[in-house]
Ligand binder design. Structure first.
Ligand code: PRX
Length: 688
């Protein structure tokens, strides 16, 4: 069913072919227009002359646009019959219904069919200079073996597998193996603590299996991932099995629940077990035939309430959007080496390390290290060694490297670079200019890309449809094809003029958007569709310039962004409040020169508590690291007698933010609060 004519291999598949395009399109048989020259996916769209017109059509007639693109870009085993069935007011989002496909076939088999020796992954291991390459053929084989292993251990279509691994080929193969057999994956960032891991596992009762490594290695330091999993397992009775791979040579304690992934392979040579293991090791794994709207993965992200939400992405729309944005936002061309340094535990890793690049047949880099290990030249040494063409990173790292000086960049040949990308937080002008002038030698465009876990892929970027368009430093600028951003005023009215700021919403659905929050569709509606009925609310504010370009101004809710990691202030408060000495707390973000934002906690102790503030600060900090992750720990903890509150008892965070910014003039009317003895009004001087 998956095979094109003339293909003999059992696992090589591709029904992706232009032969099908004309028959799908309403305009079949008519002549092609010139958009095909820059967007072959849109070749069948009649009467569109030029990029601007195509962008226009992608919004005004989004069904035709997405239908043409989906038919061209993805390999379907059964074509879809309905392009979209969406109703934003009810949070109902469905794309390409009737269509059937397999994501791993789209990411692997079709490229193996055309170029099995092309390198799919370059694993830039923590140890500099020890990179490893995997061809599409090898990655497919690894994926199939793992798919069979999972199936053999009872994982079925519709199950969900948690992956708690650093960025490595086995992690990518595990994601693709889930996709191959129709299971969803839930990748949990390997920097998360045992409690955070357990919370994400428990959130869905269908989470059965975990894939991990014995130890992680990052920046020369070893982290005990398997031990963290063991701790998490104490509160996760539904987990039946844990697959353990070996990243280091150090042995780990295995329990009855644990299965050594690689031992299984080694035992293949062992004649006694050969029959059992042979099937596990089979390099042929029949891909499950999935519906477009079956779940591909869950990914947890912070919201403004304490509990992280498991956003759900589905098969076809997500993959299509990741692939298309990867190709056009970065001007990716076949044969390029794409270097996104994000961890696979975040959406950036999902969309631009794994799914987007692999769907496009790219060579994608898996970066295991840090920007300053073993020295601040690490990124650029890697660019030279791996001949990276597109580099995609976070402003926090750029700000850090800028401080070390230009010599760490200039040491290395960066002539292969064509595009530099930025993601996760606003990039300040100084960092943008350094990135452009020093890293890119003034010749590589810098694309500041705005998007979210919820959007699945990039929504606003400087050159989504025109590789020569003007770029303004520090601005995300232009919406991608099919994206229709609007700004709302405080009354919920659409702001139509330019040179204005408002709440950033999307007026139309697009294939990459999340479909729901796992086990809580009502929360999905309440968070994203209820604030501005009929629109998707991003949670961000934005400014639209005179020219119509967008600039993101930051979150409008109680979510802060620490080194590009999103964290809800309520999540941190929940942990701090668990300390028996604490009566209540309030956490706010503040501007941090490297991290973008830092965490600042105001803490009120219970009456009669007598503790050393420094000791308690250390204790609270440790609790946050242990319950969430290190990056969420407060930089400052300020003890106060009480917190500023409204008459109805709501903490006035606006006021606390002003205190932290030392903007006491801007505190506004505090007649009911202005008690100098309360202790929140003077900014804390001590740092943890
Ligand atoms: O506030 C925006 C910020 O990061 C948030 C999304 O975080 P997350 O879901 O973790 O995804 C991060 C990677 C896509 C957004 O709501 N953000 C992301 N990109 C930018 C940004 N803020 C400003 N400029 C950006 N380019």
């Amino acid at each position: 069913m998956w095979l094109p004519c003339g293909c003999t291999s059992k696992y090589v598949a591709s029904s992706f072919a232009r032969r099908t395009l004309a028959s799908y399109l309403h305009v079949s048989g008519r002549s092609r227009c010139n958009v095909a020259a820059f967007m072959p996916e849109a070749a069948g769209l009649e009467g569109v002359s030029g990029r601007a017109a195509l962008r226009e059509l992608s919004v005004s007639n989004s069904e035709s646009f997405w239908a043409a693109v989906a038919r061209h870009r993805l390999c379907w085993s059964t074509p879809f019959h309905t392009v979209q069935d969406c109703d934003l007011s009810r949070g109902k989002i469905k794309w390409f219904e009737g269509g059937k496909l397999n994501v791993s076939v789209n990411c692997l088999d079709r490229h193996v069919h055309t170029c099995p020796e092309r390198v799919a992954l370059i694993w830039e291991r923590d140890e500099r200079g020890s990179e490893m390459k995997y061809t599409y053929g090898e990655l497919l084989e690894m994926t199939c073996r793992l798919g069979n292993l999972l199936r053999r251990h009872g994982v079925k279509r519709g199950d969900c597998v948690t992956i708690y691994m650093p960025t490595c080929p086995l992690a990518v193969a595990s994601m693709l193996a889930c996709a191959r057999i129709g299971a969803a994956h839930n990748v949990v960032f390997a920097g998360f603590s045992a409690d955070a891991l357990a919370e994400r596992i428990r959130d869905g009762e269908m989470l059965l299996l975990i894939i991990t490594v014995n130890q992680g290695v990052r920046g020369g330091k070893v982290t005990e991932l398997k031990k963290t999993v063991d701790t998490a397992m104490q509160s996760c009775p539904t987990v039946k099995q844990v697959f353990v791979a070996m990243r280091t040579d150090n042995p780990v304690t295995m329990t009855a629940r644990d299965i050594a992934m690689e031992e299984v392979r080694e035992q293949k040579a062992n004649q006694i077990l050969e029959i059992q293991i042979q099937a596990v090791e089979d390099v042929v794994c029949e891909p499950a035939v999935m519906n477009s709207e079956d779940v591909l993965f869950l990914l947890y992200t912070s919201g403004s309430t304490g509990k992280p939400k498991g956003l759900v992405h589905t098969q076809a729309g997500y993959l299509l959007y990741a692939a298309l944005t990867h190709r056009y936002v970065f001007s990716y061309h076949d044969g390029d080496v794409f270097g996104c340094v994000a961890d696979i535990g975040w959406i950036t890793g999902h969309s631009y390390v794994v799914y987007g690049p692999l769907a496009n047949g790219a060579t994608t880099v898996l970066f295991e290290s840090t920007p300053i290990y073993p020295d601040p030249g690490r990124y650029w040494d890697m660019v030279e060694r791996l001949k990276i063409n597109q580099f995609y990173g976070a402003p926090t790292a750029i700000r850090l490297l800028l401080k070390y000086g230009d010599q760490w960049v200039n040491k290395y040949d960066r002539s292969t670079l064509k595009t530099l990308g930025s993601v996760g937080e606003p990039i300040n002008t100084e960092a943008w200019e350094w990135y452009h002038r020093v890293v890119g030698d003034g010749r590589c465009p810098v694309v500041d890309t705005w998007w979210q876990t919820e959007t699945g892929g990039i929504c606003i970027a400087p050159r989504p449809s025109d590789p020569d368009a003007e770029i303004v430093p520090g601005m995300a600028m232009r919406p991608f094809f099919g994206i229709n951003p609007v700004l709302m005023d405080t009354e919920g009215e659409v702001l139509t003029s330019n040179n204005t700021s408002g709440a950033l919403c999307m007026a139309q659905p697009w294939p990459g958007m999340a479909r729901t929050i796992h086990n809580n569709h009502q929360r999905f509606i309440d968070t994203y569709f209820q604030p501005y009925p009929g629109y998707f609310f991003t949670g961000d504010g934005a400014y639209r310039s005179e020219e119509g370009y967008y600039q993101i101004t930051g979150r409008l809710d109680d979510v802060i962004n620490v080194s590009g990691h999103r964290i809800g202030t309520a999540e941190i408060e929940d942990v701090v409040n668990q300390c028996p000495a604490v009566a209540e707390s309030a956490v706010v973000g503040y501007t941090h020169s490297i991290k973008g934002q830092g965490v600042y906690a105001f803490v009120v102790l219970k009456k009669g508590i007598d503790v050393q503030e420094a000791d308690l600060s250390r204790q609270l900090n440790g609790m946050v690291s242990e319950k969430i992750a290190k990056y969420a720990s407060p930089d400052f903890i300020q003890f106060a007698k009480r917190l500023p509150k409204t008459r109805s008892g709501k903490i006035m965070r606006r006021v606390l933010r002003k205190v932290v910014e030392s903007d006491l003039e801007g505190l506004g009317d505090l007649s009911t609060l202005d008690d100098p003895a309360a202790g929140w009004k003077n900014k804390c001087q001590c740092q943890i």
